[in-house]
Design a protein around this ligand. Structure first.
Ligand code: 6R9
Length: 697
């Protein structure tokens, strides 16, 4: 019998898949000795190995300072500059090597190669502009609202050079969402863009800056300057008016700074490098504060060993820089290692589902990194496309959500052509870099499992009472990390109590303790650990559906659903049910060319009954054209749950596709009304529960 505190797990064990011999032969981490070097008895000193990948102005005297627990400080006394580490120090050996290769979305536009030398020049000029025209000083915050353009990493490094804290807001977010983040971080400057291409359409982006400034003002904060990048100097791609004295075209102002070089500011290791906002449904968004030394060391080390980046690889992380994945694994990690990082402006399927594979073929990409949502979309729209192109990946990554074994296999067999190793990397905005993954040459893959904790990270599963759930028990619980690691965020901007409350209070053994052993980090994800030590992440603990006392993980329901051939994507949500308390409703989208039918709905129900059991049988299967998604492609279950229960769908300003909400709402609710299934009015507690469901993002 499964208790309330546990999540029932019905998943069957998957088989191991070994990394190809060719991969092992060239891997950065091929000697099992490394596992020993990072074992708990060598903690925290093991992380010297990561820090040694960087160039320091001054060495640290304390590896890990725990005196202000749980605000951990790494490499205390050390000084460095992140821009120097990612740009300047590569000039001597490889000034002409491409730092970035940028591919615009329109296929007939030219690819841009930005060498390390060019990057250095552009970063310095923009840093001079920010300092002298913008008046920013070390420690100030600057907000960016930039899409996937080279100007984004240029702006990031310019800030890093000055010791200014950047805060990039995902380009797809609304002006209002951006304004809230400007006000929270008290940024005086907003850096934006006139327009950009998205799915074949030129988006007027500058208009959002006006809304952002307005919203910040509403929250009591004044923006001094809006700096507007234009990819084509002299051509303004927006309809929105330029406000005199507030808005400036960067290309015009830059004329005064051509050829200027700015001395990099040597920063303490624990100085904040950037903020990355993450939001729940309630309260202010959380500005996760990442450090300079610990963060950079961590992303450099994990890029080397888990992404297996060598200097001559062509590495493509197909994510948005407005997401933590892009900060760590498009910009800071790969450039700290001096590699070439590919950036693509647009959507995966523009103009067709062969686009990513054409890019990979043309550029000779050999490391590919993306999210399950992109993989599912490409599988849905172009299941046979990869084999039409002559590219060869040695290594692939999946990140952001649990990946259904079914989808994993397509990624491995079809995208990877059976010759690439896969790492399933589990981590969060708060973490800086990977927490759970296999070490690609040393640990076999297991579809659907991320693997064990990464080097120097020791996870554990606790139940609600704080007792350890044993590996191999088949029971899920709350996955926590027992120890600090250099990439961990240093706080929530302006909300120190919330930092302790959200991540540490739950399992803290003694609030006065200065010993890290007393402060496990609560990740907020449900997970189960197999006997071999591999973790399977079930999703956010608030995504669990309680049917007649059985706690069902949404991911399990979705994995079962996706075994149905016709199904491309699936999302499970709870509906209030007089009989069972809560019942499951499944939302599915189909592969192209297929029409909704009773038959498909029945297949979904059968699949869930077979894989999980009758208890999980969905009350209704809704076939919809698409799911509401976040910037990182996570399905926003709380929005769908709101629809299913005729409750408020909440804030949809941070959706990548807000237009889909009305469509689904209309479809589902009118059908429910027609069937006489309008629910009774929900109690305030029930409404609260629906609102809290699936807060992920
Ligand atoms: C990097 C990133 C964090 C949440 C996290 C978890 C989910 C991320 C995952 C995964 C299963 C993986 N998640 N990676 N779940 N397997 N490989 O995604 O950060 O946007 O903050 O999201 O994403 O639920 O707690 P973020």
């Amino acid at each position: 019998m499964v208790s309330e505190a546990q999540i029932a797990v019905h998943w069957r064990e998957e088989e191991y898949i070994d990394p190809p011999a060719k991969f092992i032969a060239q891997a950065n981490a091929a000697d099992p000795d490394i596992l020993e070097r990072f074992s708990e008895e060598h903690f925290p000193d093991c992380f010297k190995e990561y820090a040694d990948l960087l160039t320091w102005d001054a060495g640290w005297d304390t590896m890990l300072d725990t005196s202000n627990a749980p605000f951990w400080k790494w490499f205390v006394g050390g000084r460095l500059n992140a821009c120097v580490n990612c740009v300047d120090r590569h000039l001597e050996t490889k000034p002409d090597k491409a730092a970035f290769i940028w591919i615009p979305e329109p296929e007939d536009e030219d690819t841009q190669e930005i060498t390390y030398q060019e990057l250095y020049d552009r970063v310095n000029e923009f840093a001079a502009l920010l300092r002298d025209s913008g008046g920013v000083e070390t420690g100030d915050r600057v907000t960016f609202h930039l899409p996937m353009v080279p100007e984004l990493p240029v702006s990031m490094f310019a800030c890093a050079r000055l010791g200014v804290i950047h805060s990039e807001v995902f380009g797809g977010f609304s002006g209002a969402a951006c304004g809230g983040r400007i006000a929270d971080s008290q940024s005086k400057i907003l850096v934006t863009m006139d327009g950009y291409y998205r799915n074949g359409e030129l988006i007027d982006h500058k208009a959002k800056a006006d809304e952002a400034v307005e919203e910040a003002r509403r929250q009591g904060h004044e923006v001094d300057k809006v700096l507007v990048w234009r990819p084509h100097p002299g051509q303004y791609a927006s309809q929105s008016p330029i406000v005199d004295g507030r808005d400036f075209f960067v290309d015009e102002v830059l004329e005064d700074y051509r050829g200027q070089v700015v001395d990099p500011v040597s920063m303490p290791a624990e100085a904040p490098l950037f903020l990355m906002y993450t939001s729940g449904t309630t309260g202010r968004p959380k500005g996760c504060e990442h450090s300079t030394g610990g963060y950079l060391a961590y992303v450099a080390g994990t890029s080397k060993y888990y992404q297996d980046i060598h200097p001559d690889d062509t590495y493509w992380c197909f994510a948005d820089i407005g997401w933590i994945t892009g900060h760590s694994y498009i910009v800071y990690g790969p450039l700290a290692l001096g590699t070439t990082s590919v950036m693509y402006e647009g959507v995966p399927t523009y103009p067709d589902a062969g686009r990513p594979w054409r890019i990979a073929e043309r550029l000779g990409v050999n490391i590919f990194h993306t999210a399950p949502t992109t993989i599912r979309m490409l599988r849905k729209l172009g299941p046979d496309e990869p084999q039409r192109y002559d590219y060869h990946f040695k290594h692939m990554t999946t990140v952001g959500e649990p990946i259904e074994p079914e989808v994993w296999r397509w990624y491995h067999d079809v995208v990877g052509k059976d010759e690439a190793v896969i790492v399933d990397t589990w981590w969060q905005t708060e973490n800086g870099g990977f927490l759970g993954s296999t070490l690609p040459a040393l640990q076999p893959m297991k579809p659907g499992s991320c693997g064990p904790g990464v080097l120097g990270v020791y996870p554990v599963i606790y139940d609600e009472n704080g007792d350890e759930v044993e590996a191999g028990s088949g029971t899920a619980g709350n996955i926590c990390i027992r120890n600090p690691w250099p990439g961990i965020f240093q706080g929530i901007w302006g909300q120190p109590e919330r930092f302790v409350e959200t991540y540490y209070e739950k399992y803290c053994r003694d609030p006065d303790s200065k010993d890290w052993h007393d402060w496990p980090y609560f990740a907020g994800d449900g997970a189960v650990q197999a006997a071999d030590g591999y973790f399977r992440i079930l999703g956010r603990v608030d995504d669990v559906i309680n049917v007649a006392g059985h706690r069902l993980g949404t991911k399990e329901l979705e994995s079962a659903t996706i075994t149905v051939d016709e199904v491309a994507e699936a999302a499970a949500v709870p509906v209030m049910d007089e009989l069972r308390g809560r019942a499951v409703e499944m939302y599915v989208s189909l592969k192209p060319g297929l029409s909704p039918s009773k038959e498909i709905e029945e297949k979904v129900t059968k699949a869930i009954e077979n894989e999980i059991g009758k208890i999980a049988r969905p009350k209704t299967v809704w076939i919809v054209s698409d799911m509401p998604k976040t910037r990182s492609g996570k399905i926003m279950r709380r929005v769908i749950a709101g629809i299913s229960n005729f409750a408020d769908v909440g804030d949809v300003s941070t959706l990548a596709n807000p237009e889909i909400v009305d469509e689904i709402q209309h479809h589902v609710q009118s059908e429910k009304v027609a069937r006489g299934e309008t629910p009774r009015e929900l109690t305030p507690e029930e409404l609260e529960e629906i609102k809290a469901f699936g807060q992920a993002e």
